[in-house]
Structures are given as structure tokens and as C-alpha cells.
Design a protein around this ligand. Structure first.
Ligand code: F6R
Length: 612
């Protein structure tokens, strides 16, 4: 979703801001803009569409002078994507410019009040209201900090706001509530950004702005204040992600690179937590007494994180013999969930900033449940607020469609499940040790899936099916969970209508959609369910449907009934969703490539969904 970058230093700000905006592109946007302060005046440039258009308009930033400025990528919420609605927005007197992520819920009331006072608005956005309100509250004395404190008292909703003021030429301001914002500390230059990747090429030292806090930043100084303007001390966090990991490194797309990152990402999630044949989760406080008292687990996430949760549900229920509910965060928060001290809530989020997921975490906590977050982005809001965090250590994920984020979430859930099972003694020693071996072997198995030969096999079917309008995915048990993820991956990047169905449900209605040539991907990796899946496949074939199966190598009979077969490496049925995911990611990628889609930034989608 929208992205913010801000700079104050000795360099010309606009080129630096453009560089930051390019790093924020992955979050999803439809317009962009920059404001700088030069000679006591605010200069702005905006463009609808890709940042390349803005870049060209201001000749790589050289046309916009000034050494302090703010930039923004906008993902439209209030008002269509056009230049007038693009940020930064200026106050009527031109003294303030603001960029904003989030939603000002009471903007209409404020706008009406200011309009009645004679303020003329030029956009449909809630953000312009912030710029106008700043002008209205400002006493003209250079005390922008007090003005921001007063502003905060008027705003309802969620916001991360970057501000420049013509009266304080080298100062950058930032304020946030329920939306992410970090302050990057450089040498003679400082930054604000919605996430660290935007400023990572300049610094690895960041301060995470807390809810209600304001930052006042000059090239040499960053000061922090609470909502009443009282100074607060903040800790600096060193983020050791290297900038290379946020670059394409020769791959055609971030998505492809991130698919190839998976062997390492899985190692980084699993290895440090497997000591010999024991799972050690130092990062979360799983004391024996707590685990003994545990009667249920709730898993909550959105999109692919929810799909990872369904895999986790199967695994934990099977091996820990306790009830596990997996909920979509957006449903959970309005469902009056029954939870409490004996229920563990596992909150899953790659970005750690998803608004619905954050709200679910807060709700579970408020009802006395212990919360464990499975998160990738270090020190993100969900990571900070949960009672414990299991970082997936997947490294920056830039493509909007998650790949390594998802598989490492699944891996983290296996660790949680095995830890609970070990304490509850619900899994035999032999099975426990064999599952640990399976986890340790995952990385090499995924690496083998990425061989030229295996990729060519997937590509062959992707080419064959890329012009289809509709693809179904079917499976049972964890294969159904994997189908959900496969269908989501395909639809979001290729725009082909893709739907996942529990294979046993076909006959209850969906089979009416099968006709000559309808493509169905059948996931068949659960050995106990081979005969049942075979029946479902035959039912599709009898209606002249086309079947591509993704199966385990021991399923020798499957090829007879299908029109194509992709096999995953041999593995325990319990961990097959990770390997199936890799095949389905590649399938979606090559179909989208064949259709000429914008793979890393699919239309209408944002990487970090910070509004409900
Ligand atoms: C799909 C995808 C999304 C995310 C969802 C949750 O490829 O990436 O469905 O999984 O928006 O995001 P996080 O995990 O950041 O909370």
C-alpha cells in the first residue's frame, strides 16, 4: 500500500527521494509525487502511473532543488488515481506539504469545517485535510512540533504522515498512529520511510516510531516526542538485511528471485531452531506449564498467511491432538471469538503490518490469549505487540505475491506444532525425529525443484494452459490447503480466474462447471487419500476436463488418469505443502510471464495492506 520516503541532508533531495520511491514500488501504487523545500518555498511534482513518469518529468530529480523533501507512492482509497489526488498535498498557503499512509476517518467533518472557514480544497483525498489543518493550527512562529501535537488531537483513524514546512527549511517531521513509519539514521543525512527497504542503501540504523510519537529530524539530529510534545528516548535497531537481498540480482522479476531464495530462506527459518534432534524456540516463551494447560490454538492471518495457517491447523491437530481453528483476520475481528488463557493465538503476517491481522492480535490479547507472531519483517507492528515472535528470517520480500514468505510461514508452524507435540507427548519419538529430519531436508528438496529440468517441465504446462480463462485446483486435506494457495497465486499475478475446491466437494455442485477442456490441477500428495483423489480425477475426466496432477513420486498409478503430471520430491505427507507450493508458484509465474503480466506489481494489489 502507499509508501513514504523523506530526506534531510546535504545532497539534492529529489534524486534521493526518487530512489527511495523506486524501492517502495513493490508495495503497490497508482501515482507518485515529491515535495522539496527550496529558498523558503515548497516545490512539488506529481505523476499518475509509474514512477518512471515522475522521474522523466523532473529529469531524475534534478529539476527539483532543495536538500529536504518528502515522497510518496499512492494506492488510491479516497479519490481516483490522478495527479490532483496524488501526494504530497500542500496547505492553501503553500507553507506545509504532507504525505500520508492510512485513512483519516473524520476527514469529512474536518474538511467541512475548514471549507466553511474559506479553505479551498483541490483534491478528493483525506490527506489534503491534514495539510489544511496544519495551516489552520499553525501560529506562524516556526513551532511545527506543537502544531503537530494539536493536529494529532484532531485526527481519528490511522496514519503515518511525513511533513515539511517552508518556515523550517532543513527539518523533516513525521508522526504516526497504527501505520508503520521508521526513521533512518545516516551520516549527516537522515530519512523517514514506510519500511526499511526504502532507505537501506543509505543506512542500516533505524528508529521505529511508536504510536502517537512525532519525530523532528535535521541532517544531524533526530529527536522524538510523545503525543503531548514531551521528549522520548528511542532505541536504534540495526537491520542487517543487505541491499542485494532487496534487488533482483539478475532475475527477470523479484518473484522469480524470491522463489529461488527459498532454499536459503527455509534453512534460515528452520536451522537455528533445530538443535540435534530437539526444537528450541528461544524466541517464544513456551514454558512447560503453559504448554500443559493449552487446550486449543487459534491461527489468524490474511491471504496466503491464512493459507499457511490452514496447513498449520492440519499439522498441529494431527500431531498435538488439540483443536485448532484457522481464521481470516478480517472475519476473526468481527466474530466475537471464544478465547482466553488456555488458547494460544498464532498470528501470521509476512509484513507484520497488515491492519486486519494487527487488529486480530489486539483482540486476542485483550481476551487473555497468549499471542505468538510468525512474522518476517523485524520489529514490525505485529512483531512488537505480540507476546512472542518467531521470525521467519526470509529476507525482504518485494514481489507483491508472496512465495518465500508463505513457505517459511508453513515451516515456522511445523516448528510450533512439533514443540507442542513434544511437550504434550502426542507424537512418538520415532515420528518426532523423522519429522525433524524431514524439516532439515526441505531446503535441499526445494533446491532440487529449481533445477533447469524441473523448471522446464512446469513451463511446458504453463505454456500449454496460459491462454485458458479459468483453472480449478482440487485436493484433500493439506492438498486442499495447498490448492487454495496455488489458486490465489495464479489469479493474483495472471488474472486467470482460478478457484480451489476441496476435491470431495466437487460432486456437491462445482462439477457442473467442468466441460470439455476445463483445466483442473489435482494435488495428490496425501498417500492415504490417493484412492479418493483418483475417483475425483476420474469424475472430472468423465466430463472431458483436462487434468494436470501434482503428485508424490510413489503415486505410480496417477499418470494413467491424467493429461499431465508434475512430481514433487519424495517426502513425508506432512511436509508436502512446502514442495507443492514451489511447483504452483512456478506454474503461476510462467503463466503470468506468457500472458505479459506485470508480475511483481499486479494490478490493484498492495504488498503491505495497512488499511482494513
Ligand atoms: C498473496 C499475498 C497476500 C498476503 C496477505 C497477508 O500472494 O501476498 O495474500 O499473504 O496480504 O500479508 P501479510 O503476510 O504481510 O500479513
Amino acid at each position: 500500500m502507499c509508501g513514504i520516503i523523506g530526506y534531510t541532508g546535504t545532497k539534492q533531495a529529489a534524486p534521493v527521494l526518487l530512489g527511495g520511491l523506486k524501492r517502495l514500488e513493490y508495495r503497490g501504487y497508482d501515482s507518485s509525487g515529491i515535495a522539496t523545500v527550496k529558498d523558503g518555498k515548497i516545490l512539488t511534482a506529481k505523476a499518475k502511473g509509474k514512477i518512471a513518469i515522475l522521474d522523466e518529468k523532473i529529469s531524475g530529480g534534478t529539476k527539483l532543488g532543495g536538500t529536504v523533501g518528502i515522497g510518496h507512492t499512492r494506492w488510491a482509497t479516497h479519490g481516483v488515481p490522478n495527479e490532483a489526488n496524488a501526494h504530497p498535498h500542500r496547505s492553501a498557503d503553500g507553507r506545509f506539504a504532507v504525505v500520508h499512509n492510512g485513512i483519516i476517518e473524520n476527514f469529512f467533518d474536518i474538511k467541512s469545517e475548514l471549507t466553511a472557514l474559506g479553505y479551498a480544497f483541490a483534491s478528493d483525498t483525506d490527506t489534503e485535510t491534514v495539510a489544511m489543518l496544519l495551516q489552520h493550527l499553525y501560529r506562524g512562529d516556526g513551532d511545527v512540533l506543537s502544531t503537530i501535537c494539536a493536529l494529532q488531537k484532531r485526527l481519528c483513524g490511522s496514519y503515518a504522515i511525513g511533513i515539511v514546512c517552508a518556515d523550517t527549511p532543513d527539518v523533516l517531521y513525521a508522526v504516526r498512529k497504527d501505520n508503520p513509519l521508521v526513521v533512518g539514521l545516516g551520516n549527516g543525512e537522515n530519512f523517514i520511510a514506510s519500511d526499511v527497504t526504502a532507505a537501506l542503501e543509505h543506512t542500516h540504523d533505524f528508529v521505529l516510531l511508536g504510536d502517537g510519537e512525532t519525530a523532528r529530524i535535521t541532517p544531524d539530529h533526530a529527536e522524538f516526542f510523545d503525543a503531548d510534545g514531551k521528549p522520548v528516548k528511542k532505541q536504534t535497531t540495526h537491520i542487517d538485511w543487505d541491499i542485494g537481498s532487496a534487488e533482483k540480482s539478475g532475475y527477470a522479476h523479484f518473484m522469480l528471485k524470491e522463489i529461488f531464495d527459498q532454499p536459503k530462506a527455509l534453512t534460515d527459518t528452520l536451522r537455528p531452531r533445530i538443535h540435534g534432534d530437539k526444537i528450541v524456540l528461544d524466541d517464544i516463551d513456551f514454558d512447560s506449564k503453559y504448554l500443559d494447560s493449552l487446550s486449543a490454538v487459534d491461527i489468524v492471518g490474511c491471504g496466503s498467511a491464512y493459507h499457511a495457517g490452514i496447513v498449520g491447523k492440519h499439522f498441529i491437530e494431527k500431531h498435538c491432538k488439540i483443536r485448532v481453528n484457522c481464521s481470516l483476520a478480517s472475519e476473526y475481528i468481527y466474530s466475537d471469538p471464544i478465547t482466553g488463557g488456555d488458547v494460544l493465538t498464532v498470528i501470521i503476517s509476512q509484513s507484520g503490518e497488515t491492519a486486519d491481522t494487527l487488529a486480530a492480535l489486539r483482540l486476542a490479547k485483550s481476551r487473555g490469549s497468549r499471542t505468538i507472531a510468525v512474522v518476517n519483517v523485524v520489529e514490525s507492528a505485529i512483531a512488537r505487540e505480540a507476546d512472542g515472535v518467531l521470525y521467519t528470517h526470509a529476507g525482504p520480500e518485494i514481489a507483491v505475491a508472496t512465495t518465500k514468505g508463505y513457505t517459511t510461514q508453513v515451516a515456522a508452524l511445523y516448528l510450533i506444532g512439533l514443540k507442542i507435540a513434544e511437550r504434550k507427548r502426542t507424537v512418538s519419538d520415532v515420528k518426532y525425529k523423522s519429522l525433524i529430519r524431514e524439516l532439515l531436508a526441505l531446503s535441499d528438496k526445494v533446491r532440487s525443484q529449481l533445477s533447469d529440468e524441473n523448471i522446464a517441465a512446469v513451463k511446458k504446462y504453463a505454456d500449454r494452459f496460459s491462454s485458458h480463462k479459468c483453472v480449478f485446483f482440487i485436493g484433500r486435506g493439506t492438498d486442499y490447503a495447498a490448492s487454495l494457495e496455488g489458486a490465489l497465486k495464479l489469479k493474483e499475478i495472471s488474472y486467470i480466474h482460478a478457484e480451489a475446491y476441496a476435491a470431495g466437494e466437487l460432486k456437491h455442485g462445482t462439477i457442473s462447471l467442468i466441460e470439455n477442456g476445463t483445466v483442473t490441477l489435482a494435488l495428490v500428495t496425501q498417500s492415504a487419500l490417493y484412492p479418493k483423489m483418483e475417483n475425483n480425477i476420474k469424475a472430472v475426466k468423465s466430463r472431458e476436463g483436462t487434468i494436470l496432477a501434482v503428485s508424490s513420486p510413489d503415486n505410480v498409478k496417477i499418470a494413467v488418469h491424467t493429461d499431465g503430471l508434475l512430481t514433487i520430491p519424495e517426502c513425508d505427507d506432512d511436509v508436502s505443502p512446502v514442495l507443492t507450493a514451489v511447483v504452483l508458484q512456478l506454474f503461476a509465474y510462467y503463466i503470468a510471464l506468457g500472458r505479459g503480466c506485470d508480475i511483481d506489481q499486479p494490478r490493484n494489489l498492495a504488498k503491505s495492506v495497512t488499511v482494513e
